[in-house]
Design a protein around this ligand. Structure first.
Ligand SMILES: [Zn+2]
Length: 610
């Protein structure tokens, strides 16, 4: 309702994506001129303090923030030091320090926290630049300095305020206004969009009372740019760049929208874009029972779901207790952040009903299945989508699997972003695809004649049911096959996983097809069609069910520098030699459940009939 009123006041029109067109001359007409106006106003702080007296979880969150602030007190001021082409680590450090120090001061009133925060702000405002050639660095620093200035406003004198404003304008906002006219990220639909827009929005609104021309230029431009990225959450809340970048993109969606809501009383309809309301479910369902993510795209090595304050933002905004309750489970084990306090939602006290199968559609569809939600449960996730997605790997049909508390099939994750040609990905011969972790050779996907999937490959979900999914990834194998499909099914009462691939090979010469699974397990080949995998004393057997003549083999996934070493990682391969025409490869993965004997054979059904 507040948004509608603000829209009426501002004379705005709702566009097709749900956002509104904004007039530069009226965009600031609802500006709250008081400080602090960003993210957490004094009235909200007062409410939180009152609640904290009787809420031990909020007390824990605040204690975690104050503990972080105490550790920041000991750190020397920030210095302009790049790593490769990036200043990002410094910008992020400034942001983290600013939020925890400034919140610690607002909560306790202890001057030492505010003084230390100001010391950092003055240090970065004296930098020669905020590295605009890698604009994330500029945007995150604008955000940090904007929030710091706004929150500490009453603590600092006018001369210091002026210094901070000048630094924010020179290194952040003036560069930002110019960026909207020429930078590529303005039209991008991935994490850069939300980070650059969100950071600049926060910075511009912090000084919109004294220097309104920056917010007048930046807010309307951001409102035009943000829907390009936000709409890619649609329809189910998935994020094409994987769960790791889901967090980066969603955090900044939250910062940008929250800054507008608190300073201007409206997010201009951006939160109504289809998919954002569902986004909080994506990390919940893409986390396996081991705590590790379905690790696709450039997620880090063995990436786990960490504490994410934006989960509280989403839960609050879209009234999704399932999302905030999932976050409570995480912060019970990990430190909370300032954002958890800002957007705090108490536990619902209700038991959540979570599905055993979930499909996230959108540009990169992901299907997830489990036997239950306990820590030993079977979990398997598989991805489709396209290989040119930002941070993408050549991994259509890749699957990851947990059972008995360990991860059996894993995606190795990203390599070093500073490797030469890491971002050169357009063609099959591009340098990105020379790197093992990024190409098909390291993924749990089939290979024909040892070749990578096509860099331009696309895939789609043909069928999804509670225990099965079928993916068409023909376009990734079109050099050798007129049709390529992968099915994944939970069988034996959700205790085992069947992976079945079908190809229509076009060559007259026999091809070698390799089914593969990347694993940390020690692999023992029992016979040609049976392998036993062991991790931490837990067992899993893999059995080739089709075709006759296929044989298991093992290879090492270890690589030499400068690539990451993948130490101890192996590949279980099922090789089909001299394959022609229609070929079906089926492998049954059976965890060693207590008292369970996996079947030695199974009637297979063509994927077309799944
Ligand atoms: Zn990967």
């Amino acid at each position: 309702m507040r948004q509608i009123i603000a829209a009426i006041v501002l004379g705005l029109t709702i566009t097709s994506v749900g956002a509104v067109d904004v007039d530069e001359s009226t965009v600031l007409s609802t500006l709250d001129k008081a400080h602090p106006r960003l993210m957490l106003k004094d009235a909200d702080l007062k409410r939180l303090k009152a609640r904290c007296k009787s809420d031990p979880i909020l007390q824990k969150c605040v204690a975690d923030v104050i503990k972080s602030a105490k550790s920041c007190l000991k750190k020397p001021p920030l210095v302009h030091k790049k790593i490769g082409p990036r200043l990002l680590r410094v910008s992020r450090d400034c942001l983290r320090r600013t939020y925890c120090l400034a919140l610690a001061w607002r909560w306790t009133g202890e001057k030492k926290y505010a003084d230390k925060a100001v010391e950092n702000l003055l240090a970065v405002c004296a930098f020669k630049d905020w590295n605009p050639s890698h604009f994330l660095d500029t945007a995150e620093m604008s955000h940090a300095v904007g929030v710091g200035y706004d929150w500490l406003y009453s603590h600092i004198d006018e001369a210091t305020r002026k210094k901070i404003r000048e630094g924010l304008i020179r290194n952040g906002l003036a560069v930002g206004v110019a960026a909207y006219k020429r930078y590529w990220w303005v039209k991008s639909s991935h994490n850069w969009n939300q980070v650059c827009n969100g950071g600049l929005v926060a910075g511009a609104l912090a000084i919109a009372d004294t220097d309104p021309k920056y917010a007048r230029a930046i807010i309307p431009a951001a409102i035009k740019s943000l829907p390009r990225a936000i709409k890619t959450y649609g329809p189910d809340g998935a994020w094409s760049e994987g769960p790791g970048y889901w967090h980066y993109a969603t955090r900044y969606t939250a910062y940008g929208l929250a800054a507008m809501e608190t300073a201007l009383g409206t997010d201009f309809g951006l939160s109504k874009i289809t998919g954002l309301s569902e986004a909080g479910l994506f990390p919940v369902y893409t986390t396996g029972p081991t705590g590790m993510y379905l690790n696709f795209a450039d997620s880090g090595t063995r990436a786990r779901r960490g504490a994410m304050g934006c989960m509280f933002y989403l839960a609050r905004k879209f009234k999704r207790p399932l999302v905030s309750d999932a976050e409570h489970d995480t912060i019970a084990r990990r430190s909370a952040t300032a954002e958890h306090v800002i957007w705090y939602v108490p536990p619902s006290g209700k038991k959540a009903t979570l599905d055993l199968a979930r499909l996230f559609r959108g540009p990169v569809p992901v299907a997830l299945f489990r036997s239950g939600w306990d820590s030993d449960a079977l979990f398997v996730g598989i991805k489709a989508g396209y290989n040119q997605v930002n941070h993408g790997h050549l991994d259509l049909g890749n699957f990851e699997m947990d059972a008995l508390g360990v991860r059996w099939s894993r995606d190795l994750g990203s390599d070093n972003y500073n490797l030469p040609g890491y971002w050169d990905s357009r063609r099959d011969t591009s340098r990105r695809w020379k790197y093992y972790r990024l190409n098909s050779q390291s993924h749990s996907v089939p290979l024909i004649n040892g070749e990578n999937q096509s860099a331009a490959g696309r895939s789609s979900i043909l069928k999804f049911e509670p225990a099965r999914v079928v993916i068409d990834f023909t376009s990734a194998y079109k050099k050798a096959s007129s049709r390529a499909t992968r099915g994944l099914k939970l069988v034996c009462d959700r205790r085992c996983v069947l992976v079945q691939d079908e190809f229509e090979l076009t060559g007259t010469k026999g091809a070698e097809i390799t089914w593969a699974m990347t694993t940390d397990a020690k692999i023992t080949i029992k016979n040609k069609t049976l392998a036993e995998l062991t991790i931490d004393g837990k067992k899993l057997t893999a059995r080739i069910l089709s075709p006759a003549g296929a044989e298991f083999a093992v290879e090492s996934a270890e690589q030499k520098p400068p690539q990451k070493s993948n130490k101890g990682v192996s590949r279980l391969l099922a090789r089909v030699k001299d394959a022609k025409g229609s070929v079906r490869i089926a492998v049954l993965l059976a965890p060693g459940w207590k008292g369970f004997k996996p079947p030695a054979a199974m009637q297979l059904t063509p994927l077309a009939k799944w």
